[in-house]
Design a protein around this ligand. Structure first.
Ligand code: ADP
Ligand code: MG
Length: 393
């Protein structure tokens, strides 16, 4: 996505006031009536209308007059609110190039006042899922109280909370710096996603480290659920860092075993194919671990002694509640299944499109689709979206 942050510089205090008013209105309106925006922003002399035009021109808002005259935030508008808040807090001072287009996020480099480069992840929950709108339709019908603002904010909050907790427990993850709305700022990982790595000095060691992480996570009561070559970074010294946590679940989840086995299988498959590792040989050597392996060398979920309560206790303390976890799990679970099936069925064009950085238009298109599907105006739980959110003024 082209994130033209220069626009930020030209936006006035009034522009942000109106943008924030639309955000507030979206608590309980899919499309916020223009009149309500004017009332919330309360600019003098009908100033709101002029500002709305300007925000529309910069694609920070979308105008909709199908039911009544109103506006809603675009992803870009939401991005700007989060970025402005981060800049005001002194978290970073400049936004640089885009370094990643994830399944449901865009990742940018950002720089602090003293020149330190960090990574900013903007969550776009529902982006891929909307690609398979048809299969998603039934799903969304039952989830009328969620929208992308709410879900993307939850995803960011969850990612931030997990990153912090995992770091505190010694896992190799980026350092969590700050979180606002759908935006997470973290340390920049030096290195590349494993998927881009064609050769390793010590593939066996890297493999063991990675499988060790899956087991170690489970011992801490967690399953990554999307543990694969895209979410493992590796540097020139073959040091491993894991990323991407919004879909993690507890080992007490009803499908825990399946998610665990799937994570393990992804790693075995990848290392077998890319680095020609043969696993039976490997596991025949006794590595001294307490974890049993099956006849194919895979660690067995049932043999791992798990610490209970990690999720509930530590994450609740970080502001990510059990209810938040349930909400996001319901959505992402559907999403993961759909993504995986649409990945294998996807055409090359689709694949290419999902990797391109021209996501804004697609995102907006997706939202149109969603709005047609979602025939409700009261689709965010009252007071839920914004309770931890600070105004950017
Ligand atoms: P998604 O949830 O959308 O898959 P990820 O968190 O996996 O997003 O990030 C997508 C890509 O962005 C990664 O594959 C990686 O290349 C890059 N990336 C993400 N976080 C960082 C980071 N902290 N440092 C460097 N690159 C990162
Ligand atoms: Mg990822």
């Amino acid at each position: 996505m082209k994130l033209d942050v220069d626009v930020l510089r030209y936006l006035s205090k009034d522009d942000f006031r109106v943008l924030t008013a639309v955000e507030m209105g979206m608590r309980n309106h899919e499309i916020v009536p223009t009149e309500l925006i004017d009332r919330i922003a309360s600019l003098k002399h009908g100033g709101t209308y002029k500002v709305l035009k300007n925000l529309l021109k910069h694609k920070l808002l979308h105008h909709d007059s199908s039911k009544y005259d109103g506006f809603r935030l675009t992803y870009l508008g939401y991005d700007f609110l989060a970025i402005k808040t981060m800049v005001n807090r002194g978290v970073f001072a400049a936004v640089g190039r885009q370094i990643g287009v994830g399944k449901e996020s865009d990742i940018f480099e950002v720089a602090t006042e003293d020149g330190t480069v960090l990574a900013m992840k903007l969550h776009r929950l529902g982006r891929i899922s909307f690609r398979a709108v048809k299969s998603k339709r039934d799903y969304l019908r039952h989830r009328s109280s969620y929208n992308w603002l709410y879900l993307s904010r939850l995803a960011a909050l969850k990612e931030f909370a997990f990153m912090k907790a995992l770091e505190e427990h010694g896992f190799p993850v980026p350092k969590a710096v700050d979180c606002n709305r759908h935006c997470v700022v973290m340390s920049l990982v030096q290195g590349y996603p494993l998927v881009q790595v064609k050769q390793l000095q010590n593939p066996e060691t890297v493999f063991e480290t990675i499988i060790g992480l899956v087991v170690h996570l489970a011992e801490h009561g967690l399953i990554h659920c999307d543990f694969n070559e895209f979410n493992i970074m590796i540097d020139d010294n073959e040091k491993v860092t894991m990323i991407d946590f919004p879909q993690m679940v507890s080992v007490s989840h009803r499908n825990a075993q399946m998610y665990f086995d799937r994570d393990v299988e992804c790693i075995f498959k990848f290392f077998g194919k890319r680095f020609n590792l043969s696993f039976k040989e490997h596991t025949d050597e006794n590595d001294g671990s307490d974890v049993d392996s099956d006849e194919n060398g895979r660690p067995t979920f049932s043999s791992i002694s798990k610490l209970a309560g990690f999720l509930d206790k530590e994450l609740a303390a970080s502001g990510f509640s059990r209810k938040d976890q349930d909400d996001i799990e319901k959505f992402i679970e559907g999403g993961i299944e759909k993504d995986r099936s649409s990945d294998t069925e996807g055409t090359e064009d689709e694949e290419h499109e999902s990797k391109s950085s021209e996501t804004i238009k697609r995102t907006l298109d997706s939202l149109h689709l969603l709005e047609k599907e979602e025939n409700t105006s009261n689709f965010i739980e009252e007071g839920k979206v914004y309770e931890n959110q600070q105004s950017c003024e």
